[in-house]
Design a protein around this ligand. Structure first.
Ligand code: DX5
Ligand code: ZN
Length: 224
């Protein structure tokens, strides 16, 4: 059976001075998960938020926190993020020398493990861990900033990943992140993605509910 389509607004585009009410706003607007972008200024050229903010968001309750670690050596922090309340913890294949061990550590810490790929990283980098993860994040922009344009060359990568998971009969979510909006959301879904991170396109417009409804309407028209 096809995995459900899920919308995960990225708080990178939210009003950071009002995060609590911003997540309530997108929750009321129909979001499925809250996507939290953690950046360290090393793995990506930007700095955002860390463990205390995840813990504070968790205390507000509500939707699952989908934590995207864009940090070098994520193995040093996965237990802390899991303890803080991350439901999903996604690490970059490029960021750790010990991907298999890091993913196991996430599971042992009680979170759901995900693995992310930068645009330049081939699927071969994660073939050995597909049995260990519950989510693969195919980056559709270079990580580090919101508001960038979707890279269409990622579509064949998504399709190949979907095929690989089917061949191996693995029940794994395919997430896309970067430049997801009207048009690209449907393209990514047709290629095989089912979890859609959206920053600018959900937090940008005045009415997040209208924005999320428009993304869902486009997804409903995808034949699968
Ligand atoms: C980029 C982040 C994304 C970002 C997406 O490195 O991982 O989650 O917030 O923003 P938009 O949807 O604006 O491209
Ligand atoms: Zn992200």
């Amino acid at each position: 059976m096809a995995r459900p389509y899920l919308i995960a607004p990225s708080i990178l585009s939210a009003d950071m001075a009002a995060l609590g009410s911003e997540i309530e706003r997108v929750t009321r607007a129909g979001a499925d998960w809250i996507h939290v972008d953690v950046m360290d200024g090393r793995f990506v050229p930007n700095l955002t938020i860390g463990v205390p903010v995840v813990a504070a968001l968790k205390r507000r309750g509500g939707l699952p926190l989908d934590v995207h670690l864009m940090i070098a050596e994520p193995e040093r922090y996965v237990a802390d993020f899991a303890r803080a309340g991350a439901a999903w913890l996604t690490v970059h294949a490029e960021a750790t020398l010990h991907l298999h061990r890091t993913l196991e550590a996430i599971r042992e810490a009680g979170a759901r493990p995900g693995v992310a790929l930068n645009p330049a990283t081939p699927l071969s980098a994660i073939e050995h861990v597909l049995g260990l993860v519950e989510l693969v994040l195919v980056m559709t922009v270079e990580p580090g900033f919101g508001g960038q344009a979707f890279i269409p060359a990622m579509l064949p990568k998504i399709s190949r990943l979907a095929e690989l998971l089917r061949e191996r009969q693995l029940d794994v979510d395919i997430q896309v992140d970067g430049g997801i909006k009207g048009g690209t959301v449907g393209q990514a879904a047709r290629a095989g993605a089912n979890v859609f991170v959206a920053g600018t396109s959900v937090f940008g417009p005045p009415d997040a509910a209208v924005a999320i409804r428009a993304l869902r309407a486009e997804l409903e028209s995808v034949d699968r």
